[in-house]
Every structure is written in structure tokens, then in C-alpha cells.
Design a protein around this ligand. Structure first.
Ligand SMILES: Cc1cc2nc3c(=O)[nH]c(=O)nc-3n(C[C@H](O)[C@H](O)[C@H](O)COP(=O)(O)OP(=O)(O)OC[C@H]3O[C@@H](n4cnc5c(N)ncnc54)[C@H](O)[C@@H]3O)c2cc1C
Length: 303
């Protein structure tokens, strides 16, 4: 995503750009992210100006670039998953999600301040747009940066054992930029791993993002993020951790135990609940018959 966007804005200025990609465009986090965007969530930090500009650009890019990457404005809420474990035990498996409740605590963002994209489609569209402006995309693995003899100037990068000359080098290798930090004597960068689930929830899902807290049976409190997207998918992610990084981006695979853990937090339940709509500052207990009747009328009738 970072490499494709940099290539796009450079190529638009008429600058010659070559993007070297080891695996494929959007091979890593840039295809697996939630794609959530916020205008002012970096307020008070050095990132604030960048975040605001990025938010504006995301709003403008659909008018500039061909393709549909599901850009849409959203409302964002925080809240708590307050599952009733006894109820869960006594609920038929197919209705297990009804045994979890969600309490919405606060509204975090409005359509003026929060939005979403489908990250893989966005990255691919931006890379294609960069190519239309003359950028070149090459398959290859960068294995080093090549310097002038006195190390005062960069000469290019090493790809497949050969020098690819360049006036400037942009390192946009995500967590693998750690290797470039060694080549460049820069501080180390780190990545975090998060499992995510993507559900097909249909395009009628309201554009409401949820940032929820959930207490697991162990007592641990975890944060769960739920992002319905414009293409009819709902992305759910939780707990991030640090894990050894495989050298090959394609070798980053889900940890089955983490996926099971995430599924256990009523991930599907949340997606279905979202499919019915989320109201601000409302206690959305799943046993509210008025709220859930349209989904399962015979089961939720209060009489
Ligand atoms: C589950 C999850 C949810 C997230 N949700 C959000 C969100 O909602 N909103 C948000 O803003 N951010 C989110 N993020 C973070 C966001 O995904 C990342 O910050 C972003 O995608 C990083 O993009 P990148 O271009 O820096 O790196 P990457 O996407 O990691 O891309 C790096 C690229 O470099 C290539 N590469 C690596 N080594 C080499 C080499 N030696 N030579 C050539 N190519 C190489 C890789 O193949 C890869 O294509 C999320 C991340 C995760 C994991």
C-alpha cells in the first residue's frame, strides 16, 4: 500500500518509478487489513497532519482513479461484548450468537470523520493507476542497497544479484523493512500480527464500525474491531501480538488457535448483528425482541 501510493504520486509528477515486489502487489498486511480510516484519531500526535491529509486524499482518489475499492464513509462506535455464558450454554448452536450482547458505549466517529476501503482492491487500483502514469512494476527481491564508494550517495538497489540504478530508494517493505533498517543504519521497525476473519454479510449492512471490548473466560480483556465494508464483506480482527516474521511474505499464515479464539468471541454473531443495524448509545442486548424480530421472527416473539 505504501509502495503503490508512493509510486502513484511520484509517477503523477512525471518521475520515473520502478516498484520491485517480491511476492505480489498487496501480498501482506495491505490485503488483510480492515481498511478503516479516521480523520482525527491521531490528534495531539506528530501523525495528526498526515492522518488528516490521508483522510482527505482517500475521499478524493475515487474521482481520480478508475476502479472500485469500496470507499465509503462510516459511523464508528465503541462498546462491550457482554455475552451471557449461561444463556450460551442453553442456546442451540445455530443461535449461539444470540447469547452474546453488545452494549454501545460511545460514538467515536461520524461519516465526516471515519471511512473504510477494501485494502487489497485499493492497493491494486493505486498500483494500476501508477502504471498508467508510467510507473513500472517488476517482480524481484531486493537484497540490499548499493552505495557510492564514499557512501555519501545511493546508487540503487540489488535485485537478483544485479544493481538496479536509482537516484532515490524508497523502502516500503512493511515489517520486512527491518532488513533495510540494517542496510541503512536506521532504527529497527517491528510488525504485529493480528488474526482476522472476513464474513460475507451482504451489501445491506449498515456502515457502522465497532470497537468492542470483550472479557474472555480466562479474564483477559481483548479488543475486537468489526468493520462492515462496501463490497458486502465484514472484517473482524482482535488481539495483536509479536510473532517471528517469516522471510517470505507469502509464508505469513493464520495461526489456527488464534482463529479459533477469534471465532469464539461471537465473530459471526457480531457480523449478523451488524447486518441488522447498530444504533448509537443504545443497549443492544440480543434479547431485545423489537431489535431482533426481523431476523428470526418465530424465535424472538416476546409473547
Ligand atoms: C489484521 C490487520 C488489520 C489492520 N487494519 C487496519 C485498518 O483498519 N486501518 C489501517 O489504516 N491499517 C490497518 N492495518 C495496518 C495496515 O494493514 C498496514 O499498516 C499496511 O498495510 C502496511 O502497508 P505496507 O505497504 O507498509 O506494508 P505491506 O503490506 O507489508 O507490504 C510490504 C510489501 O513488501 C514486499 N516485500 C517484502 N520484502 C521485500 C523485498 N525484499 N523485496 C521486494 N519486495 C518485498 C511484500 O511482498 C509486500 O507486498 C491492519 C493490519 C492488520 C494485520
Amino acid at each position: 500500500m505504501i509502495g503503490a501510493c508512493t509510486a502513484y504520486f511520484l509517477a503523477r509528477r512525471g518521475i520515473d518509478v520502478i516498484v520491485i515486489e517480491r511476492t505480489e502487489v498487496a501480498a501482506a498486511a495491505s490485503s488483510k487489513a480492515g481498511g478503516f480510516l479516521a480523520l482525527d484519531w491521531c490528534a495531539g500526535t506528530p501523525l495528526d497532519e498526515l492522518a488528516r491529509r490521508s483522510f482527505q486524499l482517500h475521499a478524493a482518489l475515487p474521482d481520480e482513479i478508475a476502479g472500485d475499492w469500496g470507499y465509503q464513509r462510516m459511523t464508528a462506535y465503541s462498546g462491550f461484548v457482554v455475552g451471557d455464558r449461561d444463556a450460551r450454554r442453553h442456546t442451540p448452536a445455530q443461535l449461539a450468537w444470540l447469547a452474546s450482547g453488545i452494549i454501545i458505549a460511545d460514538r467515536l466517529g461520524t461519516p465526516e470523520t471515519t471511512a473504510i476501503v477494501h485494502p487489497r482492491k485499493f492497493t491494486s487500483a493505486i498500483m494500476s493507476a501508477a502504471q498508467k502514469h508510467g510507473a513500472e512494476l517488476r517482480a524481484g527481491q531486493v537484497t540490499g542497497i548499493v552505495w557510492s564508494a564514499d557512501r555519501s550517495m545511493v546508487r540503487g538497489v540489488e535485485v537478483g544479484g544485479a544493481l538496479l540504478e536509482a537516484d532515490a530508494v524508497v523502502v516500503a517493505m512493511g515489517p520486512w523493512s527491518l532488513m533495510a533498517a540494517a542496510w541503512l543504519d536506521l532504527p529497527a521497525v517491528f510488525g504485529q500480527r493480528s488474526p482476522s476473519l472476513v464474513y460475507d454479510t451482504g451489501t445491506d449492512v449498515p456502515a457502522d464500525a465497532l470497537f468492542l471490548e470483550y472479557q474472555e473466560e480466562s479474564g483477559a480483556i481483548v479488543s475486537v474491531e468489526v468493520f462492515p465494508r462496501g463490497d458486502g464483506s465484514t472484517h473482524i480482527t482482535a488481539f495483536s501480538n509479536e510473532a517471528p516474521l517469516p522471510l517470505e511474505p507469502a509464508a505469513v499464515t493464520p495461526d489456527p488457535s488464534e482463529i479459533d479464539r477469534l471465532e469464539a468471541i461471537s465473530g459471526e454473531a457480531l457480523a449478523e448483528l451488524i447486518a441488522e443495524g447498530v444504533s448509537p448509545t443504545m443497549d443492544l442486548t440480543p434479547f431485545d425482541p423489537g431489535r431482533l424480530r426481523p431476523l428470526h421472527p418465530p424465535l424472538l416473539r416476546s409473547d
